[in-house]
Design a protein around this ligand. Structure first.
Ligand code: KIV
Length: 279
């Protein structure tokens, strides 16, 4: 099975075909979403909250992303895998950015990296794409700078912010990004940006006119117990089903209805009798 490339994703935009992206952080999830047919898998630094139990994404390290990224790429055959560059691995200078992006690609086998920010990270984007590594941009609500943005809220509602997001989008495309994630912006702004860019725009809380959509796997499946934003539609109540599985197991062990004979191994009684006799 042939793995998707940046060209396949650009071609989908050209043909007006919607692109699906979902996060994954481990082997079984990657295998499942790849088999289901998503085009894009994001090893997001949302890992920090939904898998590692942190309050935000800031504590996630490059080694965390590489560790989980390796598991995800091992679980995929077809999807294009992108790994988030975590906080402070690309902002300090473009040499560090390239070295860190290179480690991600070399050690995980992923197809691309994602960076948050606009004008301030253009040098990093140019340096990474200059080395031949595909880059996805991320604008709007950028969780790594949520503190500066005044929290997890809609971005680009006033003219100044809307203009900055639009200009940053164009600048990222110009700098070589092959795709852009737009998070939590009004749908009208997302539509205008999607129409102006020739690279695929993947929305999350950015309305239906983007070229594709991305959601966090744990939100889709109903596995995350923390705060869920209004755009994070739940498609399954997997946690309920999983909870039932584990409580049924506890009950059966306690009442000795598990294991049954079919789960056990047997031996010749005489052999055992002889062993015990010889003790
Ligand atoms: O880390 C992440 O999961 C993300 C998505 C929300 C786009 O960046």
């Amino acid at each position: 099975m042939k793995r998707l490339t940046t060209l396949d994703l650009m071609e989908m935009k050209r043909r007006n075909e919607k692109i699906t992206m979902v996060t994954a952080y481990d082997y079984p999830t990657a295998e499942l979403v790849d088999e289901a047919g998503v085009e894009f898998i994001l090893v997001g630094d949302s890992l920090g909250m939904v898998v590692l139990g942190y309050e935000d994404t800031l504590a996630v390290t490059l080694d965390d992303m590489i560790h989980h990224g390796k598991a995800v790429t091992r679980g995929t055959k077809k999807a294009f895998v992108v790994i988030d560059m975590p906080f402070l691995t690309y902002e300090v200078n473009s040499e560090d950015a390239l070295r860190n992006a290179g480690r991600i690609i070399q050690e995980t086998g992923a197809q691309g990296v994602k960076l948050e920010g606009g004008q301030e990270i253009l040098q990093a984007v140019k340096s990474i794409t200059g080395a031949g590594i595909p880059v996805v941009g991320h604008l709007g609500l950028t969780p790594q700078s949520a503190g500066q943005l005044g929290g997890f809220k809609v971005q680009g509602k006033d003219p100044k912010d809307a203009r900055k997001i639009l200009e940053d989008s164009l600048a990222l495309e110009e700098a070589g990004a092959f795709s852009l994630v737009l998070e939590c912006v009004p749908w009208q702004l997302a539509k205008a940006i999607t129409e102006r860019l020739s690279i695929p725009v993947i929305g999350i809380g950015a309305g239906k006119y983007c070229d594709g959509q991305v959601l966090v796997y744990h939100d889709v499946m109903g596995l995350y117990t923390g705060k869920r934003p209004k755009f994070a539609k739940r498609y399954s109540d997997a946690r309920k089903e999983m909870f039932k599985g584990i409580t049924d197991y506890i009950t059966e062990v306690r009442e000795i209805s598990f294991p049954e004979e079919k789960h056990s191994f047997t031996m010749d009684e005489e052999v055992l009798a002889k062993v015990l006799e010889e003790l």
